[in-house]
Design a protein around this ligand. Sequence first.
Ligand SMILES: Cc1cc2nc3c(=O)[nH]c(=O)nc-3n(C[C@H](O)[C@H](O)[C@H](O)COP(=O)(O)OP(=O)(O)OC[C@H]3O[C@@H](n4cnc5c(N)ncnc54)[C@H](O)[C@@H]3O)c2cc1C
Length: 636
Amino acid sequence: MSRIVIVGGGAAGMYAALIGAEKGHQIDLYEKNEKLGKKLYITGKGRCNLTNACDRETLLGSVISNPRFMYSSFYGHGNQDTMALFERIGLSIKTERGNRVFPASDKSSDVIKALERELKKNQVRIHLNTEIREIVVKEGRCVGIRTAGGENVPADACILATGGLSYRTTGSTGDGYRFAKAQGHSIVECIPSLVSLETEEDWPAKVQGLSLKNVELLVQKKNRILYRETGEMLFTDRGVSGPLILTASSVAGRDIMQKEVELLIDLKPALTHKQLDKRLIREFEEQKNRQFKNCLGNLFPNKLIPVMVEQSGIAPEKQVNLITKEERKRFAEQIKALCLHVKQLGGFKEAVITKGGVSTREVDPKTMESKLVEGLYFAGEILDVDAVTGGFNLQIAWSTAYAAASHMKQEEKMGYQIAIDGPAGAGKSTIAKLVAEKLDFVYVDTGALYRGLAVHFLKEGIDETDETALTKACEKARIDLAYENGIQQVLLNGENITSLLREERVGNLASRVSALQVVREKLLQTQREIAQKKNVVMDGRDIGTCVLPEAGVKIFLTASVETRAKRRYEQLTREGKQADLKKIEADIQERDHRDSHREIAPLKQAKDAVLLDSSDLTIPQVVERIIREKENASGN
Ligand SMILES: Cc1cc2nc3c(=O)[nH]c(=O)nc-3n(C[C@H](O)[C@H](O)[C@H](O)COP(=O)(O)OP(=O)(O)OC[C@H]3O[C@@H](n4cnc5c(N)ncnc54)[C@H](O)[C@@H]3O)c2cc1C
């Protein structure tokens, strides 16, 4: 396990913290605000467009700056993985027009809550109101951070997820750029992006609030086309905005900074010049005795007419049948290319994102690790990567965070993990033991860990209904597994308590407390630590979904109720005990229902688990199937 500090509790920081903790690292997350995810809260107008359910090509195609840099991290953890992760942590999501993905509740706060809940569950230490001032580097290696209060925090690695420069009030004040620069990183000039444009002309103010749908926008500089698209735009008090303009600001942002960029708006993109001229002839013919300013109602929204008249140079009161052919042709040109000159980009205070940041040339695209400082990683908007709207910028944050947290250098060898979940009576422990034996893996009897903790509660005389006492007792307990001649031993604070585990009162208490959140959280870390150091086979109800979500092989082992009842019946009869097949069946059905509907750690098949129905298989056949899955997964 490594100790990792993450600077910035926004989208990227929270995601990296969760992934890092799930991998078994000790995570300290530092956020200077009084709460996590302030910017995430305002995303998607408070609904949080958290990703886009498009194909991989579209995903990459939506990245404007340095798309090639994103190739590995999108491939390693893309939009589908993000959606699966959010669903796994209990956030229902929905997909809307343009493949935009939102929480089903339409509340960005639910995204934050889901992440916070998981961080807590995974024992991430969250330090709010704590500003980081400096990254501490010794001999080319990041060894910690320093807080504004002067505290030095040692660490094996640090992830900088401090965001960009837009919407400063959410905490994005560019601190991370300064930290990176101090370590020799190049910072590509930061400019506002996905932002409105201010124009040289004043007339947009006269039509501010007017939105035009289905217009074609052409952005050009000295006849070089920078962007061309059909869609919706909006006039503002200083210029233009709306979806087309935001994208244009992203695509042509750097050219706009150097001036001389003009916008040509085609108000009638469905008509060719010839068709438009015909249309004008018809309109003018039908209204030949009217004044020019009064004959345009069929062509433009009312609010736009005075501007169109003013820009045409034709006298507003001119009678339509007196308009010359040249005037009409020029007017048609104007309709096809209403021109505006861009003065500048709107400011950072209203920009959705920052273009620019830590140069991608100095960061490993697979791991997000700095190429200059070992152990220093970057995630999210701090990097010189940005995309158009539609959930793509958050996907950049999630994917880069995942890459950084999952490739964090391990101090110890990472173990291979096989997770076997399934309903009671499916033969999980028998199968898991045999698989472990065949592969020379360690079988982790998770039930023994719960029994070990129960021994601790009994020794301390803890009242199981007193949550405070239980929490305190959990803090004092350290459960370890050791192996003597291949047989698992359970150590409680260093003492071997294996012989006590089979006592009935221990079993009963373990069964009752295993449903408690505080107990599950305590043992979650223990189980992960074991699984990180050794190659393990672990069985349970939520191993693949919660304890080892990154397991190399996940099996959901089941069998029909009838088969399981028959197996149990035969076992009891073999032991010379009385048994009633119908009653056993009913009991199994009831237990299945209870296990899959319990609030804490319900029985659920992980999305990426292989479903294995053992009803018609022998034990060796099931073992063989699992070993084959392992071989396929490891490519040997
Ligand atoms: C109005 C608005 C709407 C948006 N809507 C969407 C959308 O719907 N979909 C989408 O994909 N993208 C959207 N975005 C973009 C998206 O919000 C960002 O891409 C994303 O938040 C970047 O995540 P991040 O973690 O890199 O940075 P942030 O979310 O900005 O998080 C950085 C965190 O670091 C903290 N921090 C900074 N310096 C320090 C320090 N020295 N010490 C401690 N903490 C520090 C900050 O306080 C902040 O909490 C929107 C942006 C805005 C402004």
